[in-house]
Design a protein around this ligand. Sequence first.
Ligand code: GDP
Ligand code: MN
Length: 381
Amino acid sequence: MRLLEYQGKELFLNVGLPVSAGQVAHNLDEVESIAKSINNTVVVKAQVLVGGRGKAGGVKLASTPEEARQQAENILGMDIKGEKVETVLVTEAVDIEREFYLSITFDRAQRKPVIIFSVEGGVDIEEVSANNPDAIAKAWINPLLGLTPYLIRSVLFDSGVEKKLFKPLTDIIQKLYQAFVKFEANLVEINPLAQLPSGELAVLDSKFVVDDEAIFRLPEVQSFGGEIHNDPLEEKAEAVGLQYVKLDGNIGIIGNGAGLVMSTLDVVSLAGGKPANFLDIGGGATAEVMKQALEIVLSDAQVEGLFVNIFGGITRGDEVAKGLIAARDELGIHVPMIVRLTGTNEAEGRALLEEADITPVASMEDGAEQIVAHTQAAMKS
Ligand code: GDP
Ligand code: MN
């Protein structure tokens, strides 16, 4: 489950990370009174799960409570990448000297948590990674040894950050790892981690993804209660017994079986694409399930292309094909779709697809490359 910024910041505060004072507001009066109590310049920030709020106009400075109210009036109700803003966080603003990037996440390929640090923070880390990959330092944590001082020094050294910041940054990295472990996160990210004119560091944003299976033993996360922000499509999928997960990119992924779905994500990433989501139809899916799967994935407004990767075992190729064709005929598939189909009843499935003018690709790699080519063309046009 992905948390809102203010929820992630609460968990950061729990481990002693330097988060500035703030409160969430649901309406303009609350915004004004929080700003009054802070009695300084504040930042009014849209609380939505998508990133890039700043660029979308969802993060604004205000020097008086009246101005905070005006900014909030623009932000509340705003649509950011398909998400409606219902709450804002009002925090004390700081002066920023420099912005760093810091995160800890699982590296699936290495099967270890990885620390990622960059002196080029503030901006989208994918942008840094594309334009200036040397500006990103990484270090992998051996789960048996834990986070050693040596490992922290190595990542800071690689990043090129000045020696005098090693000590405060080490403290932040240790606390962030504590949060990662304590709250069973899949991802914790601080961007920006700001250096203030005094030299102190401050956590200005949070991205926090908690493992869904761990929530039952995390009272701090449960306490967010009704404020927990579930993706409506995730709920819809769960209701019909499908596993759907929202991601940040533009390619929808459907597969059968967790292993195949994970490999599909990797292959698409290797081909230079970014998955928008993934949906696992599980084993033995019928045409009806396949159709529901397409309906869910296509309802994601970020999807600009679809890659369906089915390896038939107990799932039958002809059922998959029937579901795909029914979905196309009934829902209308408005984006390019690439299908790979192998295994049980493959020949029957392919024949049905070809009759319906859908040409399956030869391999998973082929499919990944084709869908990436299609979606990149969509982005340019
Ligand atoms: P995001 O765009 O969704 O990642 O939202 P952020 O919380 O990262 O805010 C976007 C940008 O707003 C940051 O990179 C900062 O440049 C700016 N910002 C956020 N908080 C402050 C603050 O307290 N003071 C100043 N001067 N800028 C801030
Ligand atoms: Mn940010």
